[in-house]
Design a protein around this ligand. Structure first.
Ligand code: ADP
Length: 307
């Protein structure tokens, strides 16, 4: 069963195509990153899935339940942790969670799970405190608990670690990994690319309403063909590069030489031999393999060419 099935989904705001013919399938149990610059359409997509916005055309289903025709079941299968801290300031943490539980028709039977969420998210001391007295990090934890109150099998976390301190971020990572290990499908949007790279096995990138890529992490990283070679120059080194390498040089601090080499066509051995022949002497060498940052910049039009 697929956690999400999105087919030819479009959303127009007047002349603006916030989503332009998106098709995407996310298998159950995935840890999935949905990335893209501001304005890419991520929130629009999440809002359509959560039943808050209506698509202009196309369809979306959560665990086989169409978000329009079968919205009640679709909504039941999904938990969304919103990006913005929206809450009623005068409810206590426990009241917020009970209210949400009631909204899904879950009564007292759900109390044990609410207690478990409060404990897992480290909210025990705060359970009877009103929301307006909590720190930003604590409020974010409550919103996560709120999204999980009805035990949704598919969870979307929209920028859960934005503005969160290092300790809480690490805690949230562990929490998300545990949820996924228990079989929940996790869909994460984040601006921290290293977070997506560390956590997610599949990555989709949206840009200006279009799906630019949807691929396994390894496959995605292997598409990038460039790497950087960094040399620490010795004081007695020559500085004149051989002619064929001049175009490959990129700006570097004094005492260093940085070359951008094609993974397949620039052979490291040949490059080093050419440098040595030109009198370039170095004490150390490092090779930087590309990460998600390079691939992302490339695919969203801010980086080097892929080929
Ligand atoms: P993201 O979450 O990736 O930053 P959004 O989904 O918020 O992107 O926005 C996608 C595009 O749709 C943006 O150009 C945004 O200005 C536009 N947009 C979003 N919501 C509305 C709306 N209610 N009315 C008009 N335009 C909107």
């Amino acid at each position: 069963m697929n956690a999400l099935e999105i087919e030819n989904l479009s959303k127009n705001y007047g002349l603006l195509a916030a989503l332009n013919d998106i098709s995407l399938t996310i298998p159950e149990g995935s840890f999935f990153a949905l990335l893209g610059p501001n304005g890419a359409g991520k929130s629009t997509l999440i809002n359509i899935l959560a039943g808050l916005t209506r698509a202009s055309s196309g369809r979306a289903a959560i665990l086989g339940h169409d978000v329009l025709k079968d919205w009640r079941q679709a909504r039941f299968k999904l938990g969304v942790v919103p990006q913005e801290l929206a809450y009623d300031p005068f409810f206590t943490v426990r009241e917020m969670l009970s209210l949400q539980s009631g909204y899904f028709g879950l009564g007292n039977k759900n109390r044990a799970w609410i207690n478990e969420l409060i404990a897992t998210l480290g909210l025990e001391d705060k359970a009877d405190i009103t929301m307006n007295h909590l720190s930003g990090g604590m409020k974010r934890r409550v919103l996560i608990a709120q999204a999980l109150v009805h035990r949704p099998p598919v969870v979307i976390l929209d920028e859960p670690t934005a503005g969160v301190d290092v300790a809480l971020r690490a805690k949230l990572w562990t929490f998300m990994r545990d949820l996924n290990a228990q079989g929940q499908t996790i869909i994460l949007t984040t601006h921290y690319l290293e977070e997506a790279e560390n956590m997610c096995e599949t990555i989709a990138i949206l840009d200006r309403g279009r799906l630019v890529v949807n691929a396994g992490k390894k496959e995605l990283l292997s598409r990038y063909r460039w790497r950087q070679v960094q040399l620490q120059l010795l004081p007695e080194s020559g500085l004149e590069l051989p002619e064929e390498l001049k175009a490959k040089q990129i700006a570097a601090p004094a005492g260093e030489l940085l070359l951008r080499l094609h993974r397949e066509t620039d052979h490291i051995g040949e490059v080093l031999a050419a440098l040595t022949q030109a009198g370039i002497k170095f004490s150390d060498l490092k090779i930087h393999e590309p990460g998600l940052t390079e691939v992302y910049s490339e695919l969203t039009g801010k980086g080097d060419s892929l080929d």
